[in-house]
Write a protein that binds this ligand. Structure first.
Ligand code: MTE
Length: 318
């Protein structure tokens, strides 16, 4: 099978846009005081092309971009899969502030521009598996969370990394109306152990398919943890807190029997209401057919992350 990068599937208009930005940087037209700026200081609605290292290749077949950006879970904008693309269109993601705080020696804040130019961006093609038993393959653009953690210098007390989504009921109809928002107590909170957060697969993503994230996918910055169910990959993050204690995370609080803290993809541990042994391939099988494939342990990343869970009973710690 052909090895793909997002370049193989990025439309020509995006290439041209990217070339223009590179040219503009060369001419010193774009924020010349900030080296390595990969994105025009424009608002995110324009979905500017990103400047990133396109080193990643993969045998995985990419999910069509229209599915990645049109079939979403982002309950702040409604529980229907088509709702986020519809209701998040005017979501304001610039200006933005991401605060790094808690058990760290160097707390700091990144503004919108700094999200894109503080750490070198790279493309990572990952499998993405929702707990609802559907799967995609997404060409993310971002940087390793470990780079940000290094900059924050956690204290010896930092055992967990906690992520918070923006709380803004005026912009997020699901936060205003509990029924529309799926009954969640917002803001949406997720967390990883510090070891999981430092794993080199763990990404903070600012783009996909060569462009800035669209609002429905968690603009301007979201987490991507490819070996865990998608609900761990929290969107539109405004705060990252380093903590000594494990927080109550959103889905675990809502239904602790169904959604665990670890949420590692595991074909052998079923959800109480459905099997996790296989998964539906989004965009696979054509118009009428449904393509299913076997679920992979740790979503296919066992070699990279299996050691993190040595000695842990994955049925109890699901
Ligand atoms: N983050 C926030 N803030 N709110 C959400 O509802 N849904 C999660 C996760 N992150 C969610 C979230 C779930 S259940 C999944 S499967 C993924 O986002 C979906 O990401 P995608 O829409 O980019 O495919």
């Amino acid at each position: 099978m052909k090895k793909l990068t997002a370049y193989d599937v990025t439309p020509e208009s995006v290439f041209n846009q990217r070339r223009q930005i590179i040219k503009a940087v060369g001419l010193g037209l774009v924020a010349s005081s900030l080296p390595n700026i990969g994105v025009a200081a424009s608002d995110s609605k324009k979905l500017a092309a990103l400047d990133f290292k396109a080193t990643s290749t993969s045998d995985l077949v990419l999910t069509p971009e229209s599915k990645v950006t049109g079939y979403n879970n982002f309950y702040e904008f409604g529980t229907d899969k088509a709702a986020p693309a519809k209701f998040a269109q005017n979501f304001k993601t610039d200006p933005w502030q991401l605060e790094i705080t808690g058990e760290v020696e160097n707390p700091f804040v990144l503004n919108h521009t700094q999200l894109f130019n503080t750490f070198p961006l790279e493309e990572r093609i990952y499998r993405f598996r929702c707990v609802e038993a559907w799967a995609m393959v997404v060409p993310w653009i971002g940087f390793e969370l470990a780079r940000l953690i290094e900059m924050a210098r956690p204290t010896h007390k930092a055992k967990f990394v906690v992520f918070h989504t923006l709380h803004d009921p005026e912009q997020m109809p699901g936060q205003k109306n509990k029924f529309f928002g799926g009954g969640i107590d917002y803001p949406y909170v997720e967390a990883l152990t510090i070891e999981e957060a430092l794993n080199s697969l763990t990404l903070l993503s600012v783009g996909l398919y060569g462009k800035m994230l669209p609002p429905q996918n968690g603009a301007p910055i979201r987490l991507v943890v490819p070996w865990k169910y998608g609900f761990k990959s929290i969107k539109s993050i405004v705060k990252i807190t380093f903590s000594e204690t494990r927080p109550r995370t959103t889905w675990e609080s809502l239904a602790p029997d169904e959604y665990g803290f670890y949420a590692n993809v595991n074909p052998n541990v079923d959800h109480p209401r459905w099997s996790q042994a296989s998964e539906r391939v989004i965009g696979g099988g054509g118009l009428l057919a449904v393509k299913r494939q076997p679920t992979l342990m740790f979503n296919g990343y066992e070699k990279e992350v299996g050691d993190l869970y040595k000695g842990l009973d994955l049925r109890v710690n699901f």
